[in-house]
Design a protein around this ligand. Structure first.
Ligand code: GDP
Ligand code: MG
Length: 715
């Protein structure tokens, strides 16, 4: 004879007490919870040779310490650790009731659902696909009608007996709460783990979530954690660090969405629930009179056929507007940098310093900064899509495609964050794969997100498009997006059928309600990302530019190298040839030349090779290095041409070269920082190395195939 504890938990009026009475009959005991005057009912029921002690918990809507009932229920669950939690869910009010269910799941408790009031639901014309609900939530679900006593609860008893002999699962779900909250959540979770705060009672993520939800009890414990451990430096830092993240998040959400963390979290939870119910769990037999606006919009925007068509149009328009509106300011910046170059040229005496300033700094960093307006407009339009909730729908629609390629619905967001539409970054994308539970699906995602078009690749594409495909800018950007997705998905499929082969796991998509983006929110999101780009150009890119300039300048040509080569017609050509010879003689020139034997297959000469090697440090460097390399060969020219025009007039370049270079840049080794991050998340530096070798090989294969095919067709 064994005894076990079952806790009955649920919203007020879901039928807990009725169910409790039906299960226990007369064998009950009524008292108070220790210390508080909240009624505590316990009873017993025996099934086979197991005696269950059943506890009727106070009814609550949530597990955040907003009320006494909630604290009592939560403390019981976390301290007494019942063996099973039977969550009574009112079937006629599924959406609201599942809100609590999600929290049991997030707390990592062994929960099952008694779907009560089935008779009421039926009367209202609601039919529920119980198996589907159970499999989507990954939690056992049993229909009950508590008011019918023994008869209505038979199935529950059967299930309890059966589940108990088997093992009741502890579902674990990681709901995404949007980029801002998720990032704060991750930071606090790390702090909580580092400081062992409540880790013996709650999962760290759950504690972090409660802190963000402004849970008084847990906040108080953070303060006490400090007092308990004395005012040692580390504990002081813990409280400060946690509170810093919390206040930053709160003020950020206030500014961007004019909302607060609890509201956002509730929003996403309901979004999660609604997306489950939408997948055929609930069928309403007569039309609800008032469909929510959001639902009505989704009928069109996520429609099976219309949805993808609208999505494609939206993304195309995004590129179209980006190019149209940024044309003028890009022109301004170009002339500013040209003027700066011209000024330096006329003021400074010829020499190394002048070469460093003009070739190394102005052309290098200027080349990258010149794209700021373009990037800013793209971020602006993406911010609108994101803040309105449409981006989540894009993910929802892409999810259908993803399964075909062995990826998971949770892979979609990492892809978009990495630059799936344009202008992201693989580093947060790689971090975002943490929401994937299956290691194999996670690895396939991790290894393919670097194929997306991050903000660093954009200027490379923009430059090549401006130089060779001026007339079809938006179309080309659109094609680039399609090609990178196709490449990523095909490689993912390849990985999923070879190195990370395995079963697919089920997925539920969160769909927050649509909201009108706020002006300040969009501006702040745009500015944050643009500023990051500018900062990177001013620091990392500047440093790499200078290093590469040095590599392209030293060792310099010996004194006795003939300054003027006989056959040249004009002095300018002679100067040019001299500079080219000097560049070739330099360290970088030699490296680029050494690689030429292989890279010529893909149409890359030694100067492109230098740029691509530099691009491993950061992809923007491809642009700045081309700028430096071309201007090194160009010193002395009267007129400073913009880089795009210089490229289009260079005899060594043709449109096919540009296409090949675009493809190579898209697929080759992730930048250094991404590789480090990827290796850390994958758990071994070998995966980092694999990604460098595989991606570069893959990129070379594609670029070569296209270049060779194009050449033989006469392009
Ligand atoms: P609690 O607040 O969760 O303890 O809910 P109660 O057990 O007090 O039930 C609230 C009301 O719902 C009572 O009037 C019950 O008779 C009724 N009720 C409980 N279960 C069912 C059911 O399965 N079907 C119907 N029709 N009514 C129910
Ligand atoms: Mg009750």
């Amino acid at each position: 004879m064994t005894t076990s504890t079952i806790a009955l938990a649920g919203n007020p009026n879901s039928g807990k007490t009725t169910l409790f009475n039906a299960l226990t009959g007369a064998r009950q005991h009524v008292g108070n919870y220790p210390g508080v005057t909240v009624e505590k009912k316990t009873g017993r029921v025996s099934i086979d040779d197991t005696t269950f002690t059943i506890v009727d918990l106070p009814g609550t809507y949530s597990l955040t310490a907003y009320s006494l009932e909630e604290v009592v229920a939560r403390d019981f669950l976390s301290m007494e650790k019942p063996d099973i939690i039977v969550n009574i869910v009112d079937a006629s009010n599924l959406e609201r009731n599942l809100y609590l269910t999600l929290q049991f799941m997030e707390m990592g408790l062994p929960v099952c659902i008694a779907l009560n009031m089935m008779d009421v639901a039926k009367k209202r014309g609601i039919s529920i696909d119980i198996e589907k609900l159970s499999s989507l939530l990954d939690v056992p679900v049993v229909p009950t009608i508590a008011r019918q006593g023994k008869k209505g609860t038979e199935k529950l008893l059967e299930m309890l007996a059966c589940e108990f002999n088997g093992t009741i699962g502890r579902p674990s779900i990681n709901i995404s709460y949007g980029n801002d909250v998720d990032q704060a959540l991750m930071k606090i979770e790390t702090l909580v783990k580092e400081h062992g705060f409540l880790t013996h009672i709650y999962p760290a993520r759950w504690t972090a979530l409660k802190l963000i939800e402004n849970d008084d009890q847990i906040l108080q414990l953070v303060r006490e954690h400090q007092a308990e451990k004395g005012t040692g430096e580390t504990t002081t830092l813990f409280m400060e660090k946690v509170f810093n993240v919390l206040t930053d998040l709160a003020s950020h959400l206030e500014l961007t969405l004019q909302s607060y963390p609890e509201a956002i979290i509730a929003d996403y939870r309901y979004g999660y629930i609604r997306s489950i119910l939408k997948q055929g769990v609930i069928t309403q037999n007569h039309d609800r009179s008032r469909l929510e606006i959001s639902d009505r919009m989704d009928k069109v925007l996520t429609h099976r056929l219309l949805g993808p068509a609208i999505m494609v149009t939206v993304i195309y328009l995004l590129y179209h507007f980006t190019f149209t509106y940024s044309e003028v300011p890009v022109g301004w910046l170009e002339s500013i940098f040209a003027m700066a170059g011209g000024a330096a040229d006329s003021i400074m005496a010829d020499g190394l310093l002048k070469s460093l300033i003009i070739s190394g700094i102005i052309d290098g960093v200027g080349g990258v900064l010149g794209f700021v307006p373009l990037i800013m407009f793209m971020f602006f339009f993406i911010a609108i899509l994101e803040d309105s909730g449409y981006l989540a729908r894009v993910a929802f629609m892409l999810d259908r495609v993803f399964r075909v390629f062995g990826l998971h619905g949770s892979s979609v967001m990492p892809f978009i964050v990495s630059g799936g539409i344009g202008g992201g970054c693989a580093v947060p994308g790689i971090m975002a794969t943490r929401t994937l539970k299956s290691r194999k699906e996670r690895m396939a995602t991790l290894l393919t997100v670097p194929f997306m078009n991050c903000g660093a690749k954009l200027p490379v594409f923009m430059l090549l498009i401006a130089a060779f495909f001026e007339a079809h800018r938006a179309l080309l950007m659109f094609l680039i997006t399609i090609v990178s997705w196709t490449g990523a998905l095909l490689v993912a499929k390849l990985f999923r059928s070879t190195i990370v082969r395995g079963e697919a796991t089920p997925f539920i998509m969160e769909l927050p309600t649509y909201r009108l983006p706020t002006v300040t929110g969009v501006i702040i999101h745009t500015w944050e990302r643009t500023w990051q780009y500018i900062k990177k150009a001013g620091t990392v890119i500047l440093a790499i530019s200078v290093i590469l300039w040095a590599m392209m300048t030293f060792p310099s040509l010996p004194e006795d190298h003939p300054k003027y080569i006989g056959n040249s017609n004009t002095t300018m050509d002679a100067n040019d040839e001299h500079a080219q010879a000097a560049l070739r003689h330099s360290l970088a020139g030699r490296l680029g030349t050494a690689l030429e034997g292989v890279t010529a297959w893909a149409g890359f000469d030694w100067r492109i090779n230098i740029a691509l090697v530099g691009g491993f440090a950061a992809k923007e460097v491809v642009v700045s290095t081309l700028g430096t390399a071309l201007s090194l060969g160009e010193i002395g020219e009267e007129e400073t041409l913009s880089l795009a025009r210089t490229l289009s007039q260079d005899p060594g370049w043709r449109p096919l070269t540009a296409v090949s270079l675009i493809l190579f840049t898209m697929f080759y080794a992730p930048c250094f920082v991404s590789v480090v991050c990827l290796a850390r998340e994958a758990g071994s530096w070998k995966w980092g190395l694999f990604s460098v070798v595989f991606n570069t090989g893959f990129a070379f294969l594609i670029a070569t195939a296209v270049y060779q095919a194009g050449s033989s067709m006469g392009f």
